[in-house]
Design a protein around this ligand. Structure first.
Ligand code: GAR
Length: 216
């Protein structure tokens, strides 16, 4: 009997270029996963159009309609659970998740962050890298825990910062890297090779002491 495909929810707030990369990888059969639903906290997120164009179910849960973070998260989880989701993929979802949500999906939430974590959690990562004069920058896929941008690291896409490069140019190159590493990471999870356990990431039964790195 063939194993059931994993069902993922992709949570977005904006352009959805990472969502598009997942759609493309699945269409090319490079990622063995079903996107069960694409959910946005913003009705005007362009990613919703990408999802509709690909024939995927979409949902909008506007965070302003809820009295607090957990009430919003419970509404989101209600939709994800209706879609029987195994994996939650945060792809430019610009909301901080409540402890309740993180525990509800413990070990089943991935995020991509545009920096080489643990460096530069939070916002404005590209400008902060330039201001610091760093030689290296990139993006990190990690499991989500209650602490913001601090869960177990899995995979990083690394680029060398070029002389005179602007924050916008860096952002473009970092995103190109994330479009490769995020589906790669999801594929490892979908194949049952990647898990989160004891607050660590495990690949093929071995604890990852540091993230895997791909250079771009
Ligand atoms: C991505 O670059 C992602 O790393 C970042 O938002 C962008 C979304 O782009 N995420 C964060 O900053 C989360 N802290 P997209 O909507 O085109 O996929």
């Amino acid at each position: 009997m063939s194993k059931q495909r994993n069902r993922a929810a992709i949570l977005i707030s904006g352009s959805g270029s990472n969502l598009q990369s997942f759609i493309d990888h699945i269409e090319r059969r490079e990622l063995d996963l079903d996107i069960a639903v694409v959910l946005s906290n913003r009705a005007d997120a362009f990613g919703l159009q990408r999802a509709a164009d690909a024939g995927l179910p979409t949902a909008v849960v506007a965070h302003g309609d809820f009295p607090g973070r957990e009430a919003f998260d419970r509404a989101v989880a209600g939709i994800l659970d209706e879609h029987e989701v195994d994996l939650v993929i945060l792809a430019g979802f610009m909301r901080i998740l409540s402890p309740w949500f993180v525990q509800h999906y413990a070990g089943r939430v991935l995020n991509v962050h545009p920096a080489l974590l643990p460096a530069y959690p939070g916002l404005d990562t590209h400008q902060r890298v330039l201001d610091a004069g760093d030689r290296w920058h990139g993006s990190t896929v990690h499991f989500v825990t209650e602490e913001l941008d601090a869960g177990p690291l899995v995979l990083q896409g690394r680029i060398a910062v070029r002389d005179g490069e602007t924050a916008a140019e860096l952002a473009t190159r970092v995103q190109a890297a994330e479009h490769r590493i995020y589906p790669e990471c999801a594929a490892l999870y979908a194949a049952g090779r990647l898990q989160m356990r004891d607050n660590a990431a495990w690949l093929d039964g071995e604890k990852l002491e540091k993230p895997l790195v791909r250079d771009f």
